[in-house]
Design a protein around this ligand. Sequence first.
Ligand SMILES: Nc1ncnc2c1ncn2[C@@H]1O[C@H](COP(=O)(O)OP(=O)(O)O)[C@@H](O)[C@H]1O
Ligand SMILES: [Mg+2]
Length: 255
Amino acid sequence: MIEVKDLYKEFNGVPVLKGISTTFEKGKTSMIIGQSGSGKTVFLKCLVGLHVPESGLICFDGRKHTELDIKQRRQLRKEIGMVFQGGALYDSLTVEENIMFPLKMFTRDSYSDMLKRVNFVLDRVNLVNANKKFPAEISGGMQKRVSIARAIVMNPKYLFCDEPNSGLDPNTATVIDNLIQEITKEYQMITVINSHDMNSVMEIGEKIVFLKDGVKAWEGSNKEIFKTENEAIVNFVYSSNLFKKVREAYLNETK
Ligand SMILES: Nc1ncnc2c1ncn2[C@@H]1O[C@H](COP(=O)(O)OP(=O)(O)O)[C@@H](O)[C@H]1O
Ligand SMILES: [Mg+2]
């Protein structure tokens, strides 16, 4: 379990995360949702250790961020896979080289073992015969698959994805969502996804943390989201016209 308690982060005296507490469980896809600028990326970066919070607790299966020495920190880093916003693939490296990168950095495996692992994860994300292609030569959806393959190549316990669907058409977005959820179940990872896409939220949001101006304004599951009276989350959901209609239909049906 990942435990977050009273997380506080500011930049130059301006608070961005104002005391966030929540937990993320194994085998579940948890989602951080909220409008652009609500603090999702900063939150995720605090979790993976790219930002240092001013105060608060972050604990990965009993390991508190603040109490780790360099060796323990490196170990934890190895257990984390990340899919960055925009994919963040190296343009000058092939698909195969991109995915092999973490293996080269963190393991002493032989080249043939690394290649086996690369091909295993490429197969897992349904990308075959793409090894020698460069990122610019493949579609946005394929690039996302490569990012996911790279994130899971070290067999991580924790997977963090920042807006994995940005820039994808709705069908491809759903395929990527389902892939992340399947992998989460299959490898029993703790997965945390940043999103502002209501489709994704309804599709795979087993746990949803709604951020508003750096505060946790609501938390629940995708099943609960239509039943809640919480004004902040209802307004967020209502900002999508489609969901406004679906919610009204749902409430009418259950009257
Ligand atoms: N490195 C930074 N320095 C100063 N302010 C930042 C930095 N990163 C993010 N912020 C501010 O923090 C707030 C939350 O940003 P962010 O987490 O990126 O939002 P989201 O991902 O929800 O769109 C924004 O107001 C943003 O301008
Ligand atoms: Mg963001």
